[in-house]
Design a protein around this ligand. Structure first.
Ligand code: FES
Ligand code: CO
Length: 330
């Protein structure tokens, strides 16, 4: 069976985070990637992703269940093994062979770094970068946040994350002060396929929800079309805070944002403080990204006005243009 799916030539071959590992137990889960309905399920052998549609009468397999490492459709009990091959059709008379065409569409699926990842095409890149400290430090340093469901195009969500001059307005009193809206000049470079900005200085009244004002330096990075991060270092100290954002493109105008935070300070602090703070910041950003027009990010640099301080966004738009991203852009 072949399906002609017109999807983004870039995003189709990338790994997308679809669930936190602990969200997937014995019940199959329905997810959506690039507008495609997918069922993800777990067996004793690992995690699997199929098109979420039984080939018999089109019932979502995500309504079914996993028994003996196979997924069973709830409607007439057709059973599929982990390769997507139908192994049992209960209504078939005894001795009658299962048609060889009885197979469903399967996708690449894996579990790594506390996430379930799915690729709809042929994976041609590594997983998005999330975290530096994971291998050599205690897991306490790492805090996972989200997923945040946003009615906004993936590239809009990433660009908002990369936008330094919104901090003083959208997150006033926390990440910035509107009395000091200017930022230091900076450049953006490309190194080993990653976009990196110079350090950008900014004063922050309450940068992580603990109520201490700091002078911070931000270094932004774009790893993949829908994966970005920044390091925030605190002036005159060794302290830093890394925040990674990976966006699942649910469909062209809907996203699910996953965040991973790593820090080398306040290790004894309850991680819920950081999670609740991020939840608050996202609600402030939601009002912006869900109302921006056009909904799809314009890649033509003539389409909107830009300032020098928008250099990260400009570089991001150029990067998307270069890699040929079409989904969520115009
Ligand atoms: Fe799935 Fe009939 S629709 S078994
Ligand atoms: Co924001």
């Amino acid at each position: 069976m072949t399906t002609l799916i017109v999807k983004d030539p870039v995003l189709i071959h990338l790994w997308h985070p679809v669930l936190f590992s602990n969200e997937l137990n014995e019940q199959p889960k329905a997810i959506e990637i690039l507008g495609e309905k997918v069922v993800v399920f777990r067996t004793s052998q690992g995690v699997y992703a199929f098109k979420d549609l039984c080939i018999h009468r089109g019932v979502p397999l995500s309504l079914g269940k996993v028994v003996n490492d196979e997924i069973i459709c709830p409607y007439h009990g057709w059973t599929y093994n982990s390769c997507g091959t139908c192994t049992r059709i209960p209504a078939l008379p005894e001795g009658k062979a299962i048609p060889t065409k009885a197979k469903t569409i399967t996708y690449y699926c894996t579990e790594e770094l506390g996430f379930i990842w799915v690729c709809l095409g042929e994976p041609d890149m590594s997983k998005p970068k999330i975290g530096e400290l994971t291998s050599d430090r205690s897991q306490n340093n790492q805090v996972k946040m989200g997923p945040y469901e946003l009615e906004a195009a993936g590239p809009r969500v990433i660009e908002n994350f990369l936008d330094v001059t919104h901090l003083m307005f959208v997150h006033e009193g926390l990440l910035g002060d509107s009395q000091f809206p200017e930022i230091s000049d900076y450049q953006v470079y490309q190194k080993d396929g990653v976009l990196i900005s110079d350090e950008i200085d900014i004063y922050q009244p309450d940068p992580d929800g603990r109520g201490h004002g700091v002078h911070a330096k931000y270094t932004y990075k774009v790893f993949q079309p829908l994966c970005a991060g920044f390091r925030k270092s605190i002036d005159d100290s060794e302290e830093f805070f890394d925040l990674y954002l990976i966006v699942l493109p649910v469909n062209e105008k809907k996203s699910k944002a996953y965040m991973v935070m790593e820090r080398n300070y306040a290790l004894e602090e309850d991680e819920n403080i950081f999670i609740q703070f991020q939840d608050l910041l996202i609600e402030q950003d939601r009002i912006i990204v869900e109302n921006q027009k056009p909904e799809l990010l314009p890649l033509d640099l003539q389409a909107e006005l830009h300032l020098k301080s928008d250099r990260v966004s400009i570089a991001y738009r150029k990067f998307l243009m270069e890699v040929g991203l079409t989904f969520g852009t115009k």
